[in-house]
Structure formats: C-alpha cells, structure tokens
Ligand binder design. Sequence first.
Ligand code: NI
Length: 177
Amino acid sequence: MAIKPILRIGDPRLLLTSEPVREFGSPSLLALIADMEDTMRAANGAGLAAPQIAVALRVVIFGGGPTPRYPDAEAVPYTVLVNPKLRALRGGRESEWEGCLSVPGMRGLVPRYRRLRYRGFDQWGRPIDRSVADFHARVVQHEVDHLDGVLYPTRIKDLRKFGFVEELFPGQQLQDD
Ligand code: NI
C-alpha cells in the first residue's frame, strides 16, 4: 500500500485515546494494516501503532524478528493485534532501554511488567490470547500505550536515563530511530 509519515512527539494526535475497531476484515482495516506494515518495515521498527500514522484506532503491529534497533532481542512472531487487553502477570517490573519511531534518535530506560497476558483479535476477528515475557512483553506494552496516548518518555523514572542514542551509547552501530 503506502509508507506513511510517522508522527513525532509533540504532535497532539499522539496523545489521543484511540477508538476500538468495530468491524473486522473491512477494506479500510486491511488497508490500514498494509500501510502500517509498509511504514514499520521502511523504518526498521519493532512495532507500530495506528495513531503513529494518524489513525486513532486500537490497532498495533509488532514483531518479525530481530531488527537493527534491537539486535539481541529474541524473535517475536509478527502479529497484528486489534482491540488489545493487557493483564500483568506475576514477575514484577524490569527496566530496559526503549526507543520509539515517534521519538527518533533517542532512548530511555523504562520500567515495564516482565510478564504479561494479552488478548485481542487479528484483522479477521480471530482471537489472540498469549502469555509472554521479556522483550515480547515490553513491545506489547509499548505499542498498546500508544493507543492510550502514552509515549515512553512519560514512563521514564529517572530522566537522566534519557537521551540521544549517539551520546548514551557512543561508538555503537545503532540505528537512528
Ligand atoms: Ni513507539
């Protein structure tokens, strides 16, 4: 379909609460997901939420294996997740470095639940129900936050652990966004 511009932090559309999808398998939903796939792949992202391309619907995509941004991450299956519901499982929280295509060139240390159950639907309305941990759980929490207008910098506990990739990790060949 098309590579769309990714909204950047400061754009008020990233702060909206997105609406649930009410019809699965519709041409407009399938077109949205195709645009999101093209946009995420072009940007080498680990995930993308519909509001990042200015569509306020509860749709996220993520996964597809290690990316240049997260070369050490375990493979997360490529997933389309619509109308997600999250529940933290026992295991507490863990802080890790996160980036976001809407906050290009930066990283922050963000606490997330280590273990998570998520439920929702794919684009055809087929149910998804998974219990996951670590990077997979982190990506889902990050993407679903976008649906509630939450960007990761607001979750950083110590803002000294936030900055430009080149300054935080000098000399490392990390991608720009
Ligand atoms: Ni993001």
